[in-house]
Design a protein around this ligand. Structure first.
Ligand code: SF4
Length: 515
């Protein structure tokens, strides 16, 4: 109600939700949160975290997404009690569900923690801003901190003036004694303020950091991150007990997979139809991503590729629409300078049939996503697989960019991205450069096969149509789509998930999953 103290919206996510939920609610919430975190990731890759532009851009992006608007609403804003509770419930539930989905591997955990922490930081800053502009004495930040047992000692006026020279010297953004007198300071153990310590933005004495009010966000964020990584480790251990639930586990697994882009083949068959072995040289030149171009030219040069190269490239070719018979023909021809027909049949044909699910486990293997290529099977001496932006030295990469006809300026930008570990963004900029697209052309690269499809769509002319409809050209299913297309991509996502879940059993009892 309006008469009571406003309730705090910001969450530390200590208490798991309880009660029971419809399975499709679970699914929608999970996907909504995932979409939200993907948007957080995207903005964070493009801009300096915590900066004004970053906050504005993030607010703009998140505001358009389901869940986003309510997460950005600050505590003092009055909404009726029922709606308030519902919004909090969706926030908490979506967080906990995705936490479960993302706790299996180290990569997923790290990703989830990073994005959730960035989201938390943004919300905390918004709460601080709201506190500052509020006329009442209510402080959402203070209420949040004390509700979560976080106590920072505030410095008395006397203490502050005693330390004035040190505080002035060590705290950026405060220029004079007069200014200093208007800023509240807190004392906290230095481990609470590691961000500030690391960037030398705080006065340290006897193991304590003297933090201005603006630094409180940094301390709260550090706590939040530590809490979350501990909780994910706990959730990970609890997972085996979830194994009994035949509905939730596949759902969570599918969602986690979706993040890595590994699900790419599930729906898309490649827009160009069947690809024949004779077409590969030409396609490689115009539409293959750099990783596959490199594998292709190594294959042409050496008449050979090593194991992981054959795997990465073979599955990619399968993904762009090359049938098994063509693949055998292609590889036999490519190896011909070095390997005769007999040897090929004995040593290599098996592997190709294996990729197509015709041998061994008979699994229908999917082409590798960028994340997978970037993070697994690191190439060694003599290997040609991997992602050039990740695995290629700067000089060599610069050379290749030049060979691809990319201008000095653009090449410099791409090299910087690669150096900053933003491999997929480097690839996106590369994509824009070779297709002569402007820098505001909306595209993101998650998968080599998606790169290929986007390229084909552009070159065959569908690009214009797709752009004018503002549809993101085909990508992995979950991505922060522009609002105009959100409905369309949501439909596609639910289709895909429907296959995973047995809809008849549609109630999930959440009490079973409390870690
Ligand atoms: Fe290939 Fe992905 Fe690396 Fe681009 S980012 S080169 S598509 S692995």
């Amino acid at each position: 109600g309006s008469s009571a103290e406003p309730q705090v919206r910001l969450q530390f996510y200590r208490d798991p939700p309880s009660g029971s939920e419809q399975l499709d609610t679970v699914q929608n919430l999970c996907l909504a949160r995932l979409r939200l975190l993907k948007a957080v990731e995207e903005v964070g890759q493009d801009m300096i975290k915590g900066s004004k532009e970053y906050m504005e851009r993030l607010k703009m992006k998140l505001g358009k997404l389901d869940l986003g608007a309510s997460l950005l609403t600050t505590s003092g804003v009055h909404v009726d009690g029922l709606r308030f509770r519902e919004e909090i419930r969706r926030d908490v539930l979506s967080h906990f569900l995705l936490r479960l989905a993302m706790c299996r591997t180290e990569d997923q955990r790290r990703w989830f923690i990073t994005q959730e922490t960035d989201l938390f930081r943004l919300r905390f800053q918004l709460e601080q801003n709201a506190d500052r502009s509020r006329s009442s004495r209510f402080s959402a930040v203070a209420a949040f901190l004390s509700a979560n047992g976080i106590h920072f000692d505030s410095l008395s006026d006397a203490e502050r003036s005693d330390l004035a020279p040190e505080l002035l010297a060590a705290t950026p953004g405060i220029g004079s004694d007069a200014e200093l007198a208007t800023v509240a300071f807190y004392r906290a153990h230095f481990t609470e303020a590691l961000d500030l310590v690391r960037s030398r933005r705080v006065y340290l004495r006897d193991g304590f950091a003297y933090v201005p009010e603006t630094g409180v966000v940094s301390m709260a964020t550090t706590r939040f991150r530590a809490h979350l990584s501990h909780q994910l480790a706990v959730a990970c251990r609890a997972l085996p007990y979830l194994g009994e639930d035949a509905r939730l586990v596949p759902l969570l697994g599918a969602i986690a997979k979706n993040l890595s882009g590994d699900e790419w083949t599930a729906k898309s068959g490649g827009p160009a139809g069947v690809v024949l072995s004779g077409q590969v040289d030409q396609l490689a030149k115009t539409s293959f991503p750099p990783c596959m171009q490199h594998l292709h030219s190594s294959l042409r040069r050496d008449h050979h590729l090593r194991h992981f190269g054959r795997l990465q490239y073979g599955l990619f070719l399968k993904g762009i629409g090359m049938p098994l018979e063509e693949a055998l023909k292609f590889w036999r021809g490519a190896f011909a300078g070095k390997v005769d027909g007999d040897k090929f049949a004995k040593e290599y044909a098996y592997g190709i049939r294996y990729n197509y699910g015709k041998e061994g486990k008979r699994a229908d293997f999917s082409p590798y996503s960028c994340v997978r290529i970037i993070t697994t099977n690191q190439p060694g001496q003599g290997d040609s697989h991997g992602c050039p932006f990740r695995h290629c030295g700067a000089d060599l990469l610069a050379q290749r960019l030049q060979a691809a006809g990319i201008s000095q300026d653009q090449a410099q930008g791409i090299l910087t991205r690669a150096k900053d570990s933003q491999y997929q963004l480097a690839c996106r900029d590369y994509f824009r450069a070779v297709h002569k697209l402007s820098s505001d052309h909306e595209v993101s690269i998650n998968h080599p096969n998606q790169y290929y499809e986007e390229s084909r769509a552009l070159l065959l002319g569908n690009g214009q149509q797709q752009q004018s409809a503002r549809a993101p050209v085909r990508v992995t299913k979950v991505k922060a789509a522009p609002a105009a297309t959100a409905a369309g991509s949501q439909a596609a996502e639910s289709d895909w998930l429907d296959e995973t879940i047995d809809q008849e059993m549609s109630q999930v009892d959440l009490s079973a999953y409390e870690a």
